[in-house]
Design a protein around this ligand. Structure first.
Ligand SMILES: [Zn+2]
Ligand SMILES: [Zn+2]
Length: 151
């Protein structure tokens, strides 16, 4: 079942790559319902992981809550089509932001300006859920992932 707070079906799936480094070095969002931890490091306004283009809508979904927290609003997941033919899924705060991105990136199109997914309501999280992890928390989370067969 999809977590009501962080929208993931798998409570230990993130980080997707370089888990230890991400958990040790980056600021994280900790879901209060399922305990999933998601990178919410801010290297600049739109440089957080959640604003990267993703390979699937499902993966974008794992980062949607972080985008909502950063923008303090309901963001949409949009399907982008690259000139070479492949699809990517990217989170934007608004259609305006999407249009600006498309205008700047001539090799990328968005045929359907409706988001493939967008929540109607943004539910805020506590500021205590956004922080760096203690060493023990990193170890605990990593061992929980290992038990589930996630590397
Ligand atoms: Zn990270
Ligand atoms: Zn959750």
């Amino acid at each position: 079942m999809r977590c009501l707070e962080c929208y993931s079906e798998n409570p230990r799936i993130t980080p997707l790559n370089g888990a230890r480094e991400c958990l040790e070095k980056h600021r994280q969002y900790i879901c209060s319902k399922c305990g999933r931890i998601v990178c919410i490091d801010l290297g600049g306004e739109r440089k957080a992981r959640c604003f990267f283009p993703f390979k699937s809508e499902e993966i974008a979904m794992l980062y949607l809550k972080c985008a909502e927290i950063i923008t303090n609003s309901c963001c949409g997941i949009y399907e982008l089509i690259y000139k070479r033919g492949d699809k990517r899924y990217k989170i934007f705060e608004s259609e305006n932001e999407l249009n600006t991105f498309i205008a700047k990136n001539k090799n990328i199109q968005c045929e359907n300006k409706n988001p493939v997914y967008k929540n109607e309501k943004f539910v805020k999280v506590s500021s205590k859920q956004i922080r760096y992890l203690a060493k023990e928390e990193v170890e605990k989370y990593l061992s929980e992932r290992e038990q589930l067969g996630i590397k």
